[in-house]
Design a protein around this ligand. Structure first.
Ligand code: SAM
Ligand code: SF4
Length: 362
């Protein structure tokens, strides 16, 4: 492992075969991989962890991704759409608790009414919080004009997971129609980057039929794309989705361990990007996000959605924190993050240093 680590750390173009060995690491090799990633994170970014208050403001979605519990075709969940005022209140909560950043996430809706709503909402949030918050959007695929309008209204980060960089696997986990098109998703990422967003992506780890080679290519895709932020986590089945009964060669613990390795390899390959510790990790292991911090992640997204809606944003089985209100989450998180030896960047935006370096060099 040491030779491979040395080679990958020094290389500008790491080889897929080396990454695969790193992804398969277990036991002492895994310990060496994770601690090397942690060291690189501390050297490149310091030991700070930044909070992004996550507001899952609506579970209404026009799409039918085969893995997702809030897909349009799931008739077993109550649909909700939180009012603008409640979203602004949640943003106020983030500000009051010194989070400095929020993420607005929902199912995917592409319509003039939705575009206008988000545009107005962004302005209202900035007004209500005196422009103190950095806002990330995670609202799926939109056309370039919509992304520009939202950027001009004050959203400067966007998260759009590519889900997998393998177009064949993408086809197997989505309905085959124009609404679920790999090239369109990729194009959306290029639009976001060209507009000037801090652009984030990610993948699900442990999808049925996914190979180590796929995951190594995901890492190389992120590097070649020069992504600024990444949020990736384990795929977890939802019982009311078509993918539920698919054979999976990895159990949940194996997907968890593989996710830590993915985070560590990505940190080694892209030392200065922001990497989030995905909530899905916590569904498998109560200390999942803290372990991700120890593997090189530097961002946590505490859920600050008003408690009554949380059960209905059920992307996968056993989604954590659905029965807590926002305050409970703060108190436990603060102590748990400090236990990892990290400092919390309260009141700081924590922008991607990779993005800042790129912007200042051109
Ligand atoms: N609708 C937007 C989109 O798809 O980009 C944003 C919200 S969507 C719920 C956010 C992410 O949830 C997706 O990108 C996907 O990776 C993740 N997700 C959905 N179902 C999942 C599952 N069963 N296990 C793990 N992650 C899942
Ligand atoms: Fe909708 Fe996003 Fe879920 Fe796909 S992953 S069904 S777009 S919420």
């Amino acid at each position: 492992m040491k030779d491979i680590l040395d080679r990958v750390i020094k290389s500008d173009q790491p080889e897929s075969k080396d990454i695969i060995v790193m992804l398969k690491a277990c036991g002492e090799d895994q310990k060496a991989l994770l601690s090397s990633a942690r060291l690189i994170k501390n050297k490149s970014l310091g030991n700070k962890v930044y909070f992004r208050g996550l507001i899952e403001f609506s579970n209404i979605c026009s799409k039918d991704c085969l893995y997702c519990g809030i897909r349009k075709g799931n008739f077993f969940i109550d649909r909700y759409n939180i009012s603008d005022q409640d979203i602004i209140n949640a943003a106020g909560f983030a500000r009051a608790n010194n989070y400095a950043s929020i993420v607005l996430q929902s199912g995917e809706i592409f319509s003039p009414v939705f575009t206008r709503r988000i545009e107005n909402l962004l302005k209202k949030i900035h007004k209500a919080t005196d422009g103190s918050l950095r806002i990330t959007l995670s609202l799926g695929e939109q056309d370039k004009e919509t992304y520009i309008r939202w950027f001009n209204s004050g959203a400067h980060r966007y998260l759009l997971r590519i889900e997998t960089s393998n177009p064949d696997l993408y086809v197997r986990i989505h309905p085959q129609d124009d609404l679920h098109n790999f090239d369109k998703r990729l194009q959306s990422l290029y639009h976001l980057k060209s507009i000037g967003y801090q652009t984030g992506t990610g993948v699900m780890i442990g999808l049925p039929g996914q190979t180590y080679e796929d995951l190594a290519n995901d890492i190389l895709f992120m590097k070649t794309f020069e992504i600024d932020m990444v949020g990736m986590g384990p795929y977890i089945e939802h019982s009311d989705t078509p993918l539920f009964n698919s054979n999976n060669s990895l159990n949940l613990q194996q997907r968890f361990s593989l996710t830590l390795n993915m985070i560590a390899v990505l940190r080694i390959v892209m030392p200065k990007i922001n990497i989030a510790a995905a909530t899905a990790l916590q569904a498998i292991d109560k200390m999942g996000r803290e372990k991700a911090i120890l593997a090189g992640a530097n961002v946590i997204m505490p859920n600050i959605t008003p408690g009554i809606y949380r059960d209905s944003y059920s992307l996968y089985n056993n989604k954590p924190c659905t029965d807590e209100n926002a305050d409970d989450c703060i108190n436990c998180l603060d102590a748990r993050i400090k236990m990892t030896g990290s400092e919390i960047g309260y009141g700081e935006w924590g922008d991607s240093i990779f993005f800042i370096d790129k912007s200042s060099s051109c």
